[in-house]
Write a new protein. Structure first.
Length: 77
């Protein structure tokens, strides 16, 4: 039971949906051409989820070690 709950948790995690849905939409939008669908889906997935996540993580690390953020706002957590 615990193993199936773990699988369900991983498959239904938001990051899976954020990466899988652009691929599914690109597959439908390109008329089921796999190379075109893969390239469009990956482009959307990277620019829509991976790049923003990297920025969020990087800014969080900068605040944790006490360095000011690049925008100069100076907000402290």
């Amino acid at each position: 039971m615990l193993r199936s709950a773990r699988w369900a948790t991983e498959l239904l995690a938001p990051w899976v949906w954020v990466l899988a849905l652009p691929l599914a939409l690109a597959w439908d939008a390109t008329g089921h051409r796999w190379l075109s669908a893969l390239s469009w889906g990956l482009l959307i997935a990277v620019t829509g989820s991976l790049i923003p996540m990297a920025v969020i993580v990087r800014r969080g690390e900068a605040r944790r070690v006490g360095r000011p953020s690049r925008d100069g706002a100076g907000s402290r957590c």
